[in-house]
Design a protein around this ligand. Structure first.
Ligand SMILES: [Zn+2]
Length: 352
């Protein structure tokens, strides 16, 4: 991962949170009909998007980013639409901190809603203090030789832009299963549970009058996805479900605004992984061996230019567990460390 600190992109005028030039515009975008998106280029680790739907006298926010400082900046940028349509509901698409640790920045009168599965996962996630500790450890390890130094340097870049120290969490106030309809000041909005895919409790938010879907991490656009739960076939089914909705604009959890083509490209990635990764598993190789082989294949060429292609290392671990009839890898610190050791190793190989 090459970072050029604070170098805005000549066209977009933005820097990514990592400090790299932004490949696409950042901040708020009016999508029309009272619908807004919030973009955080370049969609890599923690650079998550969010969205807002405003109706008469009330509004619904989709996701709140990775810390209260980022969420506060987003709410300030949305001040004009929020003035006439105060926030009533926050829909959390899934359990990953980069989509809800900013919940503390929203007014306490707003109700936080997530799927029942997501709420259970959110309650069990390691807290921000653990992430702050991990970041300090990563900083200490950066000068060490070998895999420890590599994972230290990788994690330091990944965690540097975020304010975890002293951050408190706000858990959901309400949960749902299957689907939940909202009347946002006369505008119908529907949250649909489509997990398990990226995580156990994934949901997407359909805004029919604007033809928009806020996809959370069910859609990554131009960014390599990462499967924490799966099965992969269910993620493909979730994408197919998104494509059946009356919409032509898909706000991904990470990456720029997507259309049907970009959603289809993500589907292609999973089909490729099932086939190519499945063959590696069949041949008795380890996920680590498979990753090193697959990045050298023509099939991977279509996805190599996406952000964070090294996430393939995690996707193969989860796919192989699936094939072995094992549950998703538990999210313990030791497991995460092992996964990120493989990710950092693959990143170094891809940079050569
Ligand atoms: Zn995310």
């Amino acid at each position: 991962m090459v970072v050029q600190p604070n170098s805005p992109h000549p066209q977009t005028g933005c820097s990514a949170l990592s400090g790299a030039p932004a490949d696409y515009p950042c901040g708020s975008q009016d999508l029309g009909d009272g619908v807004f998106a919030w973009w955080q280029p370049n969609g890599s680790w923690g650079e998550a998007n969010a969205g807002l739907v405003c109706g008469r006298g009330t509004s619904l926010l989709v996701d709140t980013l990775w810390d209260d400082r980022l969420a506060g900046a987003m709410l300030s940028a949305f001040a004009a639409p929020l003035h006439d349509a105060p926030l009533d509901t926050v829909l959390t698409t899934h359990r990953d901190g980069d989509h809800w640790w900013g919940n503390v920045a929203v007014p306490s009168s707003a109700s936080i809603v997530a799927t029942r599965s997501a709420a259970a996962e959110m309650a069990g996630e390691p807290p921000p203090s653990a992430m702050a500790r991990l970041r300090r450890l990563a900083g200490l390890g950066t000068s060490l030789p070998g895999p420890i130094g590599r994972v230290g340097r990788y994690s330091r870049v990944m965690l540097a832009p975020f304010a975890f120290d002293g951050l408190t969490l706000r858990q959901p106030d309400e949960t749902f299963e299957g689907h939940r309809a909202f009347d946002v000041g006369g505008r119908a909005v529907e949250a649909l549970e489509v997990g398990p895919a990226h995580t156990e409790g994934d949901a997407v938010v359909h805004v029919p009058h604007a033809g928009v879907v806020f996809c959370g991490d069910v859609v990554f656009a131009g960014v390599t996805p990462v499967v924490w739960s799966g099965p992969v076939t269910n993620w493909i089914a979730a994408l197919d479900r998104c494509l059946t909705l009356d919409a032509d604009r898909f706000v991904p959890g990470h990456g720029p605004l997507a259309g049907r083509t970009e959603v289809g490209a993500l589907r292609d990635y999973w089909i490729w992984l099932l086939e190519a990764g499945g063959a590696e598993h069949e041949a008795g190789r380890s996920p680590r061996q498979a990753a090193r082989r697959l990045v050298a294949t023509d099939g991977f060429g279509a996805f190599r230019h996406w952000q964070a292609p090294e996430r393939l290392a995690i996707n193969l671990v989860q796919l192989f567990r699936e094939r072995d009839g094992l549950p998703p890898l538990p999210t313990t610190a030791a497991n995460r460390l092992r996964l990120f050791r493989d990710v950092a190793e693959l990143a170094a190989l891809l940079e050569r």
